[in-house]
Design a protein around this ligand. Structure first.
Ligand SMILES: Nc1ncnc2c1ncn2[C@@H]1O[C@H](COP(=O)(O)OP(=O)(O)O)[C@@H](O)[C@H]1O
Ligand SMILES: [Mg+2]
Length: 237
């Protein structure tokens, strides 16, 4: 089966900084794929390249067989690639419900989908239901992450990309968030997960890639990676 996303030989720059060097990886439909690596490795840049927010100098990005790396960000979103950005970026002065509704903008004509998805979100995150009318800025970090994930679901993702969802959260909250990502995946959404928390990501994902200074240095099933000496030494010790 051809992968849902093919990221092939991509180079990207910020001015003179060579942020991605011949990076290639794939995401299989139905799986959770994790990009691991320390701060500054290039993980967010990979997601931004997919979303059309960072220009690709050379190489190709294909989604469902179609080349997407020359498209505009909003066209890429319309195709079903939806990103939960690093640091959540929800609208603090708007209510939880308003934030979620905003995520449904591209689906605004499909009232049925929006209604069903809102119900699904409130089932996945009962705390958000209780706090639907509360200003999102007053929520805890974990709850804000739930809003950010819920907002992405309202856009009907075929590929859900999460940039460090565990960042700044207490271990018990990280567990909750990871469990929910797994549930979303089990309901049929393909996930590309970026994490510095290698332990949590390797538990959750099917396939993993290690990014170091703009290059992919290791890849494999998460079972293989969890037993790899280099990974244990660098990321799990
Ligand atoms: N807007 C930017 N301008 C210049 N350099 C950037 C910018 N964003 C990221 N970088 C640099 O690109 C490299 C990769 O960054 P990033 O993709 O954010 O890493 P990660 O998400 O793995 O922490 C780093 O060296 C970082 O300093
Ligand atoms: Mg990052």
């Amino acid at each position: 089966m051809t992968p849902i996303l093919e990221f092939s030989n991509v180079d990207a720059f910020y001015g003179k900084i060579h942020a991605l060097q011949n990076v290639s990886f794939t995401v299989k439909e139905g799986e959770i794929t994790a990009l691991l690596g320390s701060n500054g490795a290039g993980k967010s840049t990979i997601l931004k390249a997919i979303s059309g927010l960072v220009q690709v100098r050379s190489g190709t990005i294909r989604f469902m067989g179609e080349v997407i790396h020359q498209k505009l960000p909003h066209d890429i979103v319309s195709q079903g690639i939806i990103q939960v950005p690093e640091g959540r970026r929800i609208f603090g002065s708007m209510t939880v419900l308003e934030n979620l509704e905003l995520g449904g903008f591209t689906q605004r004509k499909d009232h049925r989908f929006l209604k069903q998805t809102l119900e699904l979100i409130f089932t996945l995150f009962p705390r958000l239901k209780e706090r639907a009318k509360q200003k999102a800025g007053t929520l805890s970090g974990g709850e804000q992450q739930m809003v950010a994930i819920g907002r992405a679901l309202m856009g009907k993702p075929k590929l859900l990309m999460l940039d460090e969802p565990s960042m700044g959260l207490a271990p018990i909250v990280v567990k909750d968030i990871m469990k929910i990502i797994s549930q979303i995946n089990q309901q049929g959404t393909t996930v590309l997960l970026v994490e510095q928390n290698a332990r949590a990501a390797l538990k959750l994902a099917h396939t993993g890639y290690v990014v170091e200074t703009g290059e992919i240095t290791l890849s494999g099933s998460t079972e293989q990676l969890s037993q790899d000496h280099n990974i244990i030494h660098a990321y799990l010790a």
